[in-house]
Structure formats: structure tokens, C-alpha cells
Design a binder for this molecule. Sequence first.
Ligand SMILES: Cc1cc2nc3c(=O)[nH]c(=O)nc-3n(C[C@H](O)[C@H](O)[C@H](O)COP(=O)(O)OP(=O)(O)OC[C@H]3O[C@@H](n4cnc5c(N)ncnc54)[C@H](O)[C@@H]3O)c2cc1C
Length: 552
Amino acid sequence: MSALSISDRGEGRTYDVVVVGAGFAGMYMLYRLRGLGFSVRVYEQGSGVGGTWYWNRYPGARCDVESMQYSYSFSDELQQEWDWTERYASQPEILRYANHVADRFNLRPHIQFDTAVQACAFDEDANSWSVTTSDGGTATAKFVVLATGCLSNARKPDIRGLDRFKGPVYHTGNWPHEEVNFTGLRVGIIGTGSSGIQSVPVIAEQAKHLTVFQRPPNYSIPARNAPLSGEDRAVFRKIYPEVRRFAREEAKNGIYTEVPDRGALDDGDNERRCKYEARWARGGLTFMSVYNNLALDKGANDTAADFVREKIAETVEDRATAKLLQPTSYPIGTKRICIDTDYFETFNRPNVTLVDIKTNPIEEILPHAVRTGGKDYEIDALVLATGFDAMTGSVAKIDIRGRDGLTLNRKWAEGPKTYLGLMSAGFPNLFIITGPGSPSVLSNMIVSIEQHVDWIADCLSFMRDGGLGTIEAEPTAEEKWVAHVNEVAYTTLYPQANSWYMGANIPGKPRVFMPYIGGVGPYRQICNEVAAKGYQGFALTTPERARAAAVS
Ligand SMILES: Cc1cc2nc3c(=O)[nH]c(=O)nc-3n(C[C@H](O)[C@H](O)[C@H](O)COP(=O)(O)OP(=O)(O)OC[C@H]3O[C@@H](n4cnc5c(N)ncnc54)[C@H](O)[C@@H]3O)c2cc1C
């Protein structure tokens, strides 16, 4: 069935649940709630499903968790029938998968595309949310679920002259749908995070010249991407039950891998080097799980960081360029580690120049050049690989008003405050999927999305069965959780990096370590225990009690 037509849009407009966003989180939330018989409307500002994979169409975009794992587990039929063609699927393939899911589970009739949610206000008399959308409409819902994504608010840097640049400017997080052809052009790219690292080798092959403007360098591990054969898939599919169980219950980051039983300094130099070499040759994110203390102990971490720096020096022919590409100012893994295909090799190409804008920040952008360090680098097209206002950016764009007119932005002015990353006190019946205070971006996100969606779906069923009106995080439970999230973060090396986990990429954003680092398995257990104890730490009210409380 097709998506909603315009004439459907005015109809009813009272739902049990409004879901904001139709990425993997919003789609699965919709599927679960429909299955439970709730009426649901999903609003999506894009024209299609897929979220991240709808917007990030830049050259080289692909997942960095292996596809057989970076995929839904809720339907065995789905995971048995979908054929991933590569170890790490490319953006078009992941988007095809999202569309397949939308069709297979008949989700589109409940999704209103091209419609942004602009405001949500809690009506304390009616115990419901009033939701205002960009098409001028208003909907009423008992519950709102924010499935707005952690990396969905592309950040345009504030650089003098950017608006005067005469050529095209592209942001990796909001890439055009039509093909962009850089053939014969001098291209500049600003930013060398994950999107920059993925796109640089591909753009370099096309462009006449590519100038890479690098802020701090990043650690990157070879992906070793390769086609997946039917046999590869069959082997994997046989072990799916165990892979999924492990990812949910045992893995710290939701990825199936060996559990390390020793620290980096427990091995001698030769043995350690052999292990790093083996992981480097295997490729991928599991490089960081070779030892159990790389995120905890600086001495241990240095051994892995030194190894990667050596690999960069071995790969990049020009010594000065190699040196610039070696990260030294933060421990490896404390910023999102990147996975690449020929990133460092690309700097051996004669048509690629690396420019250090950490030491000499960009002074201004001229109509046909980027000026830094007193030099003008002439370019015809500019790519901004400058990342996102992560975790809170898309939530902050919505004017959310809870009890007593309190806005979420005001409440979170000093940093996000949630209980379990799922709800924020003062905002009844408003849930966040993979919100700050949950493992979220530190994990295979589909594992974390499915866990949150299942928890919320169970919670709404519980409320319906019990005739309950509102659920709300208790301020004391929230305070304790925020303190716990912080405490755990500061037992690790993570806060030592100026990362987007800390909000450090956004000028003026409070420096708070946002995701929960305690691990996907332990976190799931905590959430399950909270639910088993009658939603401990949440205040639950009957509609009558909630109304009486609002009046008094
Ligand atoms: C390039 C890239 C590669 C990634 N690779 C991986 C990976 O390999 N493994 C991994 O685990 N994670 C990866 N991620 C993280 C990725 O974001 C998640 O895996 C996952 O796709 C998030 O799904 P989501 O539904 O929560 O959010 P999103 O996919 O971001 O979807 C949110 C949707 O909400 C919509 N929206 C936001 N605000 C509003 C509003 N006010 N009104 C209406 N609609 C709104 C947005 O338009 C968007 O479509 C990657 C991210 C990026 C950017």
C-alpha cells in the first residue's frame, strides 16, 4: 500500500501514539505498536524511510558494523531472506533494505512523509500530547516516541565566507539524491571523521584534485570489505540465534566477537604485536576488543594507538603527511573509531593534498578557494564532512513542553538528563529511543534500537492493561541515573577526548558524556529489572489521579 495521501492527513488526528522519525527506530516502533493494536501515526520530515541511510548518500557511505549484524533481528524470516551482498553494505543497499522492511510489514500507510514535527505540548488536563507539524496540522496522542535519531542533525560549520562560495557545497549528512559528479573538478573536503574517511578515497578517484582539510586526525582501521557469497551468508544464518543472543546479552557494544580475557600489558611485546597484526588483517571494529582494558588503562591503550600510528607511517609515503595523519592528542577508541577502505593509501596519490586546519584554522572561504595559513587553496566544489549535533540536536529542534510549560531545551541546558535514556522527568508519556543516558551510539545501534522499542512497547501494553494514564521518570531516579552514567564514563578514558560523545564538536554545547558506557548487556538487564519491579523509578498514575494532581 502507498503512503498516506494528502486527503488522509486531516482525518482523525487522534492517536494512541505519535512516533517522530521513520529511520530504523521509528519503523520498528511502528511495527510493534501496530502489532499490539495501538493506533499510530509516524511523522517523517524526509520523503522516504531509512533515516540515516536516506540522508547520508555521500560517495563511499556504508555501515561499519558488519551487515549480517547491522540488521533487524525481530523477524527470523526477514533475516533469513534478505541477502546482504557485502561484508559492509553500501548506503544504497541499506536504503533498499529499509524500503523492503517498510513494504514487507506494510508500514507506509501509517507514515506521513515530508512532515516535520515542530512542537509537542503536554496537556495536563487531558493527559495527552498535542503535536504540531510543519504542514500546519495538529495531532493529539496519549504517547509520543521520539525516534529522531542520534546522528540526524547535520552540522554546518560557522566559517567566514562559506555563503559566498561560488561552487556547489555539499554536506555528507544531507547529500543530494541526484548523482554528484566530481570528474575534472578541484574538490575540497572539510572534516576527517567517519564520513570524511569513507568519502575521501572515492572522491579522490573522481576529482581532478582533492584537498583534504583536516582538523584533528582520526584513528582508522581497514574495513577489509569484501563480497559476501551465498555460502558466507548460509554459515552466518545458521548461527544467527547465538549471534543475536550474544549481541543482546553479553556484548558490551552489541557486536558478536570474542570476549578478551586479558589486558594489553599482560602479553609480551611480540605476542601483543601478533594479536594486533591479526586484527588489523581481519579488519573492522573488533580491533578494539583484542584486549579487555584498552578503554580503561592509558598504558594499555598506548600500545594499540602506537600500533595504528606505525601502520599509518608504513602506509603513507610522504613523512610529513604521515605525521599529520597520526592522531596523538587522545587515546584510541575514545572518539568513534573509523573503518576505512584505502583511506591512508589515498594520500599517496598525486592528486590529493592534506592541509592541517587544526594548527591553522580556516581563515575564510573565498568565492573559489579556502584560505588557511596565509595560503589560498583553489577549489570548484566543497564537501562538508563536519558531522552532526549528535544525540540531542534533533530533539532540541522540536519545541517540547512538559508539565508547567517546562521546555526540554531549558531542562537540558546544562546537558541532557534522563532516566535510563528513555524518559525525562517532567515530560510524562514521552519516550526517546537511544536517547542520551543509554548505550546508543556506543553500540551496534540496531541492537539498542530493538531493545528500546521492545521495552517501550511492553510498557505501553502494561499501561493499557492496567488502565494507567501516565508514566513519568521520578526526579530522584533520574538524578541517580545521570550520576551513574557520569561515574561509569569517568572510570574510562573516553572523557579524555574532545569528541561528539561529549558535545565537543558544537560550540557552546555543554560538555557532558552523553551515552551510557556500562554496556549493552548490563544495561538491558537494568531496564528489564526496572520493568519487572513495576517500573521502578517511574511514577505511574491512573487517568483520574493524574487529573487530580494536575488540578491541585
Ligand atoms: C554515515 C553513517 C553511518 C553509520 N553507520 C552505522 C553502523 O555501521 N552501525 C551502527 O550501529 N550505527 C551506524 N550509524 C548510526 C545510525 O544513525 C544508526 O545505526 C541508525 O540508523 C539510527 O536509526 P534511527 O531511526 O534511530 O535514527 P535515524 O536513522 O537518524 O532516523 C531518524 C529520522 O527522524 C527524522 N526526524 C528527525 N527529527 C524529525 C522531526 N522533528 N520531524 C519529523 N522527522 C524527524 C529524520 O529525518 C530521520 O529520518 C551510522 C550513522 C551515519 C551517519
